[in-house]
Design a binder for this molecule. Sequence first.
Ligand code: GRF
Length: 211
Amino acid sequence: MPVAGPADSRPAIGVLISGRGSNLQAILDAAAGGQIPARVAVVISNRADAAGLERARRAGVPTEVLPHRDWSSREAYDRALVEALRRYGVRLVCLAGFMRVVGSPVLEAFPQAVLNIHPSLLPSFPGVDAPAQAIAHGVKVSGVTVHLVTADLDAGPIVLQAAVPVHDGETAEQLAARQLSEEHRLYPEAIRRWLAGGWRIDGRRFVTTES
Ligand code: GRF
């Protein structure tokens, strides 16, 4: 099993969380198991009570708590995020249930290098409560999306998607739980593809250039 340390030359990932951190766990497990050739160098949360911080500590990954209310503007907060991510040599930023919009300071510091996971088949149901939106609209199929983050909310180039059927009569919570299992599979796979290179952005599209 790869072990993080001074001699660890694998690319550094920074994961941003606000809560439970089950996607963080999937990423930590995939890195530890060698499914993704990278290491999680830092986990940053805007909330000190995020349960995911404990997952990071258990995995021996450094954590940083940056409560957004400690900064006077969104831009100043974003600059603090960039500074922390740079301190750990981060190459790829993964938003995993990070309940803040990241703005231009982060996107300019990490061009085409910020990923997010969203519990719907984007562009359907962007924003909050996507599973509830899917139930309210009566769709028969929803899913999960990993996309590159751009200035437009939940509208960046799509790296990977997976469909999740919506069962008759199920609640938003039940759908969200089944989506979550797909997220745990899809996010590490999307990270693996991003790290492998051989892709480019063509307009809104994430296009693989190698077979
Ligand atoms: C997931 O549903 C993800 O799609 C959304 O926020 C939730 C995070 O869950 N962006 P967790 O903290 O990874 O368990």
